[in-house]
Write a protein that binds this ligand. Structure first.
Ligand code: SF4
Length: 192
């Protein structure tokens, strides 16, 4: 079993075929301007976050840590969390910086849940809530990490492992919008 990236969950929920191109049939990927711009934006947010208090998160006192590397052989995933808040009463919260304008997109929530599960294992304490930081609107969205989200994360990890081990191209998502925006569009011969 290979260790998957936390971001693979988001990709799989967007379209399972993306993971096939990434792991089974590796194709050339361009570093797009959007990706480079995204990295710069994350650095800017870190600077902004260091200057302000934790009130927008509903936390009175605590500290922030950035770029936390996490991995779990038990879950079979790894990733770098944008920010972690440790409150004065020792609770920990994952914060995932997002570029989407749409609040509470499904794939964003499950990625956050995966980070919460990684934090629980690394710090040996329960994580009940996390936050999505929506970059364009500078909005903070609290997300409860529920039992069903944890189960879904495990199901998606197992489904991705099946794609990788089975080496079969999954069916494409019937969403014109997704395919139009997708960087792998040229490799999907059956997408009209
Ligand atoms: S072009 Fe469409 S079917 Fe192909 S990987 Fe992208 S989203 Fe999936």
């Amino acid at each position: 079993m290979i260790s998957l990236r936390v971001s693979d969950l988001k990709q799989y929920i967007y379209c399972p075929r993306i993971l096939y191109f990434y792991y089974v049939l590796p194709v050339h990927r361009r570093v797009t301007r959007k990706m480079e711009y995204g990295k710069m934006e994350h650095i800017e947010i870190q600077k902004l976050e260091k200057r302000r208090g934790l009130k927008p998160y509903g936390i009175l006192e605590g500290k922030r840590s950035f770029q936390i590397s996490l991995s779990s052989t038990h879950l079979g995933i790894h990733g770098v969390l944008d920010m972690m808040i440790t409150s004065a009463d020792s609770n920990i919260y994952p914060v995932d910086f997002k570029h989407s304008l749409r609040q509470k997109d499904l794939h964003q929530k499950y990625q956050l849940a995966a980070y919460a599960m990684l934090l629980e294992e690394a710090y040996q304490r329960p994580v009940r809530f996390g936050f999505l930081y929506l970059i364009p609107s500078k909005t903070i969205v609290p997300v409860e990490i529920t039992g069903s989200m944890r189960e879904h994360v495990k199901k998606v990890i197992s489904a991705i492992q099946n794609v990788v081990m089975g080496e079969r191209m999954p069916a494409y998502v019937r969403s014109k919008q997704r395919c139009t925006d997708c960087e792998f569009r040229n490799y999907c011969a059956d997408v009209g």
